[in-house]
Design a protein around this ligand. Structure first.
Ligand code: C2E
Ligand code: MG
Ligand code: MG
Length: 730
């Protein structure tokens, strides 16, 4: 886990906590505000309802009084006493209205009672009220409940007045509009009245803000008071209740405490989570390092080393020719382990790692990549020189013995190294090359670091090189034919010799035919080579009359339809008979296409060539082949001869092979005899001919001439002279 993820987790947790707290606070305030809104709306409904009830009450009063026979009678009779008892007392005593007045149909004020400091009955009403009455009375029908009411601004005080017609209920004949006076009821919406009204809805400050006051604030939402003329003369204004805030005030403390507690717990959890994440991340880092470290030596291990080399910096250095790798392997480490135990072996590895570390440049990367294998990566401009001297230092630093568990050990290390060389190679290729160089160092006699070179390669690269060099060798005549004598087992008389190719290349050194013949076969060069060998053998054959000349043939050569005729022509052109020649073939030719092979071999046989089956016993070795094909000679492979005398099976095997040859009427040649015991046994089992280092190594033609000369007329070789011949051959 990296640092980025750790802090992201922490930030997310903190963000979560903050969001939770903000959400809770906002939700609480929102709920309080909504509750306040609802309360404001319902108080408005109540205020408006209260005002409407007041209007209804005033209208009701006006209706009740006016639709009254007695009232009409008293008016008509001007019964002041009745007026005082019933009307004035309603104002003065019961105070059910502030104004009660009776106005004649003509508009004269007949009675007027106005509640004040002292009740007035001066038949005086404020002009605004008079105007209001006129307006309300206009066209009023004669019927019960016809009272009309309106708000008026009476000198800065809002007044609600209701007007109705005083009607003789039982005397329809007198119900003439022109004769019926008007009854006026008025109530003043003064401070006390409004406070009374407000309190019934739990409003303390219901009041009226008059219109037209320049200092007055606008009350767009407050219920308006509209007068009879359609003018807004004021508004009902009050402070709306805030039950939400009231609740909020009550719950604020517990909620704050709860939130604070939540924050404490949440932050503690967040920071603990962060600490755990950091600890995890640290231990993950440690695990990553551990996975790349060798626990015994604390050096980098193979995984670490491979990853390092695959990093872009090292690949870059490699591509620019600035990387070198040293590979080393402790020689005979197993023997050390066996003698002082694994624990001792571990101690030795540790001590060696310390000493080698000291011998390396400071910026080199030293890794243990196997039990007893180490590698070093070196980069830089002068990497070739640095690495050469570092590799030499590594070898040198091991001159002194190690002491482990009281024992002294001389440890040698095979050291190989390879340098990138600016050819765009990958680092793994350099490692591979250093490894190859290390193997060469292991096999070499000298205790020195070995620098990789391409001749160390086996495989595709080598094939290409062999092909190129081989082409040149054919052109320049660099190939040589050596001869190995074939002798009769009983008396060592030389009966013939096998032609074997030899090639010493300038670039590649000595290359065995076992290596280059397969390449020649693959590339088709075998045809040229084959012609060269035949030509050379024919030339030499004339020097050694009577000698059977054995020539190895490749199956590829036989595939050439003109091969047999070409061979015959070549032999004849040297004035020689095919009977002088023995053609050695391996089983390979027989297996692939037996019918064609049979025809071809028959043709060669017909021409007079002797045919031998080479390396018998290594391939399929079917006895059927021997019967089917016209072979004359059976060459028993060296692998059967090698074990002669070492075990009973080997002896029995060679014996049965010889018997098989006899039974099939074939001559038997045993290849590769190297000691006299083998010769003895072959004589015992009556193997007719032998060939091998014991008699002679393959040697140049001139030496064969010497050999034959020394052998005398009988051509019998003497084994004692072998050493000189071997020395020459080598
Ligand atoms: P081969 O035909 O079986 O040749 C015998 C090989 O055994 C030779 O190896 C020879 O040097 C080796 N040899 C002989 N006596 C002894 C002995 O006592 N001990 C040991 N250890 N080895 C012994 P060489 O010369 O390296 O040739 C290897 C193979 O290459 C030959 O096996 C043959 O198959 C092929 N070869 C050689 N020359 C030619 C050639 O001119 N044409 C073709 N087509 N193949 C050739
Ligand atoms: Mg051979
Ligand atoms: Mg052979």
């Amino acid at each position: 886990m990296n640092k980025g993820i750790t802090s992201r987790i922490t930030l997310n947790l903190i963000a979560g906590i903050v969001i939770t707290v903000v959400t809770v606070v906002v939700a609480i305030f929102w709920m309080a505000a909504r509750q306040n809104d609802q309360a404001a709306k319902s108080t408005e409904t109540m205020v408006v309802g209260g005002v409407e009830a007041m209007v209804r009450r005033v209208n009701g009063l006006a209706n009740d009084y006016a639709w009254w026979q007695d009232f009409y009678d008293a008016y008509v009779t001007r019964d002041d006493e009745w007026m005082r008892t019933n009307i004035e007392s309603s104002v003065a005593e019961t105070e059910i209205a502030d104004i009660m007045a009776v106005v004649s149909p003509a508009g004269d004020i007949d009675y007027a009672y106005v509640l004040g400091d002292e009740l007035t009955a001066d038949k005086i009403l404020p002009p605004t009220v008079i105007q209001g009455i006129d307006k309300l009375a206009e066209g009023m029908p004669i019927e019960n409940f016809a009272a009309r009411s309106a708000f008026l601004d009476v000198d800065g005080t809002i007044m609600l007045i209701a007007v109705s017609r005083v009607t003789p209920v039982y005397e329809e004949d007198k119900q003439d509009p022109a004769k019926l006076p008007f009854f006026v009821v008025g109530i003043t919406l003064n401070e006390d009245a409004l406070l009374d009204l407000g309190r019934s809805f739990l409003i303390d400050d219901l009041h009226i803000e008059l219109a037209g006051d320049p200092n007055q604030a606008a009350f767009p939402d407050a219920p308006p008071i509209v007068d009879i003329f359609g003018n807004t003369i004021g508004h009902f204004v009050w402070t709306p209740p805030t039950p939400g805030y009231a609740v909020l005030r009550n719950v604020l403390l517990p909620i704050t405490i709860a939130l604070a507690l939540f924050c404490v717990v949440a932050f503690t959890t967040a920071f603990r989570a962060r600490r755990i994440a950091i600890a995890l991340s640290d231990s993950e880092k440690e695990a990553v390092i551990a996975a790349r470290t060798d626990s015994m030596t604390a050096l980098m291990n193979r995984t670490g080393f491979t990853e390092l080399l695959e990093s872009s910096a090292y690949e870059q250095a490699c591509a620019n020719g600035k990387l070198a790798i040293i590979y080393m392997d402790i020689n005979g480490f197993k023997a050390v382990n066996d003698s002082i135990g694994h624990h001792g072996g571990d101690e030795l590895v540790k001590a060696l790692a310390r000493r080698v570390t000291g011998a390396l440049p400071d910026d080199a990367t030293f890794a243990r990549i196997g039990g007893d294998e180490f590698a070093v990566a070196i980069t830089g401009d002068s990497v070739r020189e640095t690495t050469a001297s570092a590799a030499a230092d590594v070898v040198g630093c091991l001159d002194q013995p190690f002491t482990v568990h009281g024992f002294e050990f001389h440890v040698s290390v095979a050291v190989g190294y390879a340098v990138a060389g600016g050819t765009g190679l990958t680092s793994s290729e350099i490692v591979r090359r250093a490894d190859i160089a290390m193997y060469h160092a292991k096999n070499g006699a000298e205790r020195e670091a070995v620098l990789y070179n391409s001749t160390m390669e086996t495989g595709a690269l080598e094939k290409k090189q062999i092909e190129t060099s081989l082409r040149r060798a054919i052109d320049l005549g660099d190939l040589q034919v050596f001869y190995q004598p074939v002798v009769r087992a009983s008396d060592l008389a030389v009966v013939g010799m096998e032609a074997l190719l030899r090639w010493t290349s300038k670039e590649l050194g000595t290359v065995s035919p076992a290596t280059f013949i397969p390449v020649a076969e693959e590339t088709g060069l075998i045809h040229d080579i084959g012609r060269f060998v035949v030509d050379r053998v024919c030339k030499d054959a004339s020097n050694w009359p009577g000698m059977k000349m054995a020539i190895n043939l490749s199956p590829v050569q036989l595939r050439d339809p003109d091969f047999a005729t070409g061979l015959l022509e070549a032999v004849r052109s040297h004035g020689l008979e095919p009977s002088r020649f023995e053609l050695e073939l391996t089983e390979g030719i027989l297996v692939n296409n037996p019918t064609i092979a049979k025809r071809k071999l028959a043709k060669l046989k017909e021409m007079g060539f002797t045919l031998s089956l080479d390396d018998f016993g290594t391939g399929f070795s079917s006895i059927g082949y021997l019967r089917q094909f016209p072979f004359d000679i059976l060459k028993v492979d060296r692998s059967f001869v090698r074990d002669i005398g070492l075990n009973a099976t080997a002896n029995a095997l060679i014996q049965s092979l010889v018997s098989l040859g006899d039974a099939m009427n074939l001559s038997v040649i045993a290849e590769g005899i190297e000691n006299e015991d083998q010769l003895k046994l072959l004589r015992l089992v009556q193997c007719e001919y032998v060939q091998g280092y014991l008699i002679s190594r393959p040697i140049p033609g001139e030496q064969i001439t010497d050999l034959l000369e020394k052998a005398g007329e009988q051509r019998r070789l003497v084994l004692g002279a072998r050493d000189d011949r071997e020395a020459v051959a080598r």
